[in-house]
Design a binder for this molecule. Structure first.
Ligand code: COA
Ligand code: AMP
Length: 633
C-alpha cells in the first residue's frame, strides 16, 4: 500500500505529472498531451485537447471489457415497493435508447437539458443519455418549488425538460407536473418540449403541442451511439446555493471529472471494480451526481439508487436491510440521516436483524459529523466511519482519510487530511496563513486539481468574483476551519449565508427574499440555527411595516406557506418571529453571525461597530421566550 504523505507531496510538487499519471486509467479516444493549461479567460483547464465520452466510459467500456452481465444499477424503492436490477448491458441499452429519443427530438451536442425527476432509474438513463450526446444536463432537486426550477430554466435555457409525473415522500404523493407547468409559466425562457415519464400511481396532465410521453417516444426510438467530446467540454451544470438569492451554475467538464472520480474510488473510498457502492443521497445534489451515478459506474462498481428515507420507509432498519441484501461494501450518507436513525432506534435494535459484515466503511459528508453521531455509528457497526469534506464546487472530496493509502487514525470531529491535489490553507482576513489551531477561512491554492469546477455557467466574471478574488492565487471555499498540530483539519461551518439543512444546501438570502416579499414585512433576517436532527434549520426575524396589524401567529403561518411554495418544503422553514428591531452595525449591516451565536449558545465578541447593544439583549430575551435555538431548549 502506498504512503499518503509521499503521494500527497508529489501531487503538490508536480500536479501536472501526478494527474497525467492518473489520467492513464481512462480509456480516452485521444489521450491527453497537456495536463493543465489556461483558457482565454485566464482560467485553468485540465487535459485540453484530449477526447473522450463519459457515457462510453461508464457503460460501453465495461460491456466491452467483461462486465456486461455484472449488476450496474440496483433500484430500491421502499415507497413504491419496487426493486429492479440492471446489468451493465441493460443499463447501456436503456441509455442508448433514451439518447436515440433525445436525438429524435433535436437534442445535439452543446444543448442543455433540465432533468427534474425523482429517484427512479429513468433519471440515471437521462443523465447518461445526455452525456452520450454531449448535451449538458442540469438536474434540479425534486424538492425544489416551481420558482426555483424557473430560475434554473432561465439560466440554463434548456432545449428540453425531462420530468416524471411524481414521487412519494414517505406516504404522500408529490405531483411533479403541476410544479413544472408553473415553473414554465414563471420562466422568461420558453422551453419547447417537456418529456414526461408517467408513473403508475400518479398521472401527469399533458399540454398539447409541448408535452410528450416518454414511454411512447421510446417505442419509436432507435439506439444511439456516443459522440467524441473534448476533455474540456461541459458534462453538466449543477445549480447550488450561494451568498445571493440566485443559485450559481457549477460547471463540470468531462475529462477532469472522469480522471478525478476514478482516482477517488480507488484512493479515497478504497473500493475495487465489482464492489457494491451505495451513496444514500439524491441525484439532485452533488453527492448523487458523483457517487450515485458517475464514479461507481466509471469504476465498474454496482451502484444503488434508493428512493426512500433513512427512517419511516418503513423503519429505522431500512439502511441495514439494503446493506445486508445487496452486500454493500462501502456506504456514503449524511450525518443527519444517521441522527434520524439514532433518534428512532437509539439502541440499534433494528441493526441486529441484519448481517452487515460486508460493510467495510461508512463515509459521511454534507455537514461536519458531530462526535456523538460518529461514536454511536462506530460502536454499532464496529467499522471505521470516515467524515470527509467537500462541496458541489469541488465535485469530489477535498479533505478525507484516503483509504487507498496507509490508514491514518480517525480523529472524531475532523475530516482528516487534504486529498492529493488539494493544497489547503487556513487564512486570516489579510490572506496570511494562520498558525495551527487558529480558525480562519479555508482556501485552496490554485490550480485546483481535475474534477473541480472550471467556472460558472456562462459567467466567468461571477466565478472569479465569488471564488478567486478574495485571496490572490487561492480558491475561497466559503467554510471556516483550522488545522491542528498533527495536520488534521477541522471544518467549523460556513462563513457566508449558506446553510445546510438536513444535508440540503440552501441560501438564507434566497429565503430572506421570499420573507421580505410579504406585504407586512419592512425588513427581515433569516439565519440558520443549530438543530439536533437536521444540523441547521432556518428561522426568520421580521420587523413589521409601520401600521401593520397582523397577528404574530398569522404572519408566521403565512411566511411558512410562502417559503414552502416558493423555495420548497425542503427548506424546513417552520419558525418566524416579530422583532422591534434587528441588531445592526452603524453602517446598517445586520449582525446575522452574532444572532446565530446567541441561538446556538456560542460565545461572541460584541462588534465594536454595533449600533445599539440593547437590541441584542431584547433578541436574547425573545429567543428564550420563544425557545428559539438549542441554547434555549
Ligand atoms: N420532493 C418533495 N418534497 C421533498 C423532497 C423531494 N424530493 N425531499 C424532501 N421533501 C420535503 C419532505 O417531505 C418534508 O416535507 P414536510 O415538511 O411536509 O414533512 C420537507 O421537504 C423536509 O424534508 P427532509 O429534509 O427530508 O426532512 P424529513 O424530516 O422528512 O427527514 C431526514 C429528515 C434527516 C431523514 C432527511 O432529511 C434525510 O434523509 N436527509 C439526508 C439528506 C441527504 O442524504 N442529503 C445529501 C447529502 S450527502
Ligand atoms: P454541498 O455543495 O451541497 O455539498 O455543500 C457543501 C458544504 O457543506 C460545504 O461547503 C460545507 O459547508 C458543508 N460540508 C460538507 N461536508 C462537510 C464535512 N464533512 N464537514 C463539514 N462541513 C461539510
Amino acid at each position: 500500500m502506498q504512503d499518503y504523505q509521499s503521494h500527497y507531496k508529489e501531487s503538490l510538487e508536480d500536479p501536472e505529472r501526478f494527474w497525467m499519471e492518473q489520467a492513464k486509467a481512462i480509456d480516452w479516444f485521444i489521450p491527453p498531451k497537456n495536463g493543465i493549461t489556461k483558457d482565454d479567460s485566464g482560467l485553468y483547464r485540465w487535459f485540453d485537447g484530449a477526447r473522450l465520452n463519459t457515457s462510453y466510459l461508464a457503460l460501453d467500456y465495461h460491456v466491452n471489457n467483461g462486465r456486461a452481465d455484472q449488476d450496474a444499477l440496483i433500484y430500491e424503492s421502499p415507497v413504491t415497493y419496487e426493486s429492479h436490477t440492471y446489468s451493465y448491458r441493460e443499463l447501456l441499452s436503456e441509455t442508448e435508447l433514451l439518447a436515440g429519443l433525445l436525438k429524435d427530438q433535436g437534442v445535439v451536442k452543446g444543448d442543455t437539458v433540465i432533468i427534474y425527476m425523482p429517484m427512479i432509474p429513468q433519471v440515471v438513463f437521462a443523465m447518461l443519455a445526455c452525456a452520450r450526446l454531449g448535451a449538458v444536463h442540469s438536474v434540479v432537486f425534486g424538492g425544489f418549488a416551481a420558482r426555483e426550477l424557473a430560475i434554473r430554466i432561465d439560466d440554463a435555457k434548456p432545449r428540453i425538460l425531462l420530468t416524471a409525473s411524481g414521487s412519494v415522500e414517505i406516504k404522500r404523493v408529490i405531483q411533479y407536473k403541476p410544479l413544472v407547468d408553473e415553473a414554465l409559466d414563471l420562466a422568461n425562457y420558453k422551453v419547447d418540449k417537456v418529456i414526461v415519464w408517467q408513473r403508475p400511481f400518479v398521472k401527469a396532465g399533458m399540454k398539447a403541442g409541448r408535452d410528450l410521453d416518454w414511454a411512447s417516444l421510446l417505442k419509436k426510438a432507435s439506439p444511439c451511439g456516443y459522440v467524441e467530446l473534448d476533455a474540456t467540454d461541459p458534462l453538466y451544470i449543477l445549480y447550488t446555493s450561494g451568498t445571493t438569492g440566485k443559485p450559481k451554475g457549477i460547471v463540470r467538464d468531462n475529462g477532469g471529472h472522469a480522471v478525478a472520480l476514478k482516482y477517488s474510488m480507488k484512493y479515497i473510498y478504497g473500493v475495487e471494480p465489482g464492489d457494491v457502492y451505495w451513496a444514500a443521497s439524491d441525484v439532485g445534489w452533488i453527492v448523487g451526481h458523483s457517487y450515485i451515478v458517475y464514479a461507481p459506474l466509471l469504476y465498474g462498481c454496482t451502484t444503488i439508487l434508493y428512493e426512500g428515507k433513512p427512517v419511516k420507509t418503513p423503519d429505522a432498519g431500512t439502511f441495514w436491510r439494503i446493506i445486508h441484501q445487496h452486500k454493500v461494501g462501502v456506504m456514503f450518507t449524511a450525518p443527519t440521516a444517521i441522527r434520524a436513525i439514532k433518534r428512532e432506534d437509539p439502541n440499534g435494535t433494528k441493526h441486529r436483524h441484519y448481517d452487515t459484515s460486508c460493510l467495510r466503511n461508512v463515509f459521511l459528508a454534507g455537514e461536519r459529523c458531530d462526535v456523538a453521531t460518529y461514536k454511536w455509528l462506530h460502536n454499532m457497526l464496529g467499522i471505521e466511519i470516515i467524515d470527509h469534506w467537500w462541496q458541489s464546487e469541488s465535485g469530489w472530496p477535498m479533505i478525507s482519510n484516503s483509504l487507498g493509502y496507509d490508514f491514518l487514525p480517525v480523529k472524531p470531529g475532523s475530516a482528516s487530511f487534504p486529498v492529493c491535489g488539494f493544497d489547503i490553507h487556513i487564512l486570516d482576513e489579510y490572506g496570511k496563513r494562520q498558525p495551527n489551531n487558529v480558525e480562519g477561512a479555508v482556501a485552496i491554492k490554485l490550480p485546483l486539481p481535475p474534477g473541480c469546477l472550471p467556472s460558472l455557467w456562462n459567467n466567468d466574471t461571477l466565478f472569479k468574483e465569488s471564488y478567486l478574488s478574495r485571496y490572490e492565487g487561492y480558491y475561497l471555499a466559503g467554510d471556516g476551519g483550522y488545522k491542528d498540530d498533527e495536520g488534521y483539519f477541522f471544518i467549523t461551518g460556513r462563513t457566508d449565508d449558506v446553510i445546510n439543512v438536513a444535508g440540503h444546501r440552501l441560501s438564507t438570502s434566497d429565503l430572506e427574499e421570499v420573507v421580505a416579499a410579504h406585504e407586512a414585512v419592512a425588513e427581515c433576517a433569516v439565519i440558520g440555527i443549530a438543530d439536533e436532527l437536521k444540523g441547521q434549520v432556518p428561522v426568520g426575524f421580521v420587523v413589521l411595516k409601520g401600521g401593520s396589524f397582523i397577528k404574530a401567529d398569522d404572519l408566521e403561518s403565512e411566511l411558512i406557506r410562502m417559503v414552502r411554495k416558493k423555495v420548497g418544503a425542503v427548506a424546513s422553514f417552520k419558525q418566524a418571529v416579530i422583532v422591534k428591531r434587528l441588531p445592526k452595525t452603524r453602517s446598517g449591516k445586520i449582525l446575522r453571525a452574532t444572532m446565530r451565536c446567541i441561538a446556538d449558545g456560542k460565545s461572541f465578541t460584541l462588534p465594536s461597530t454595533i449600533e445599539d447593544p440593547t437590541v441584542l439583549k431584547d433578541l436574547k430575551k425573545l429567543m428564550f421566550e420563544k425557545k428559539i435555538g438549542i441554547a434555549f431548549n
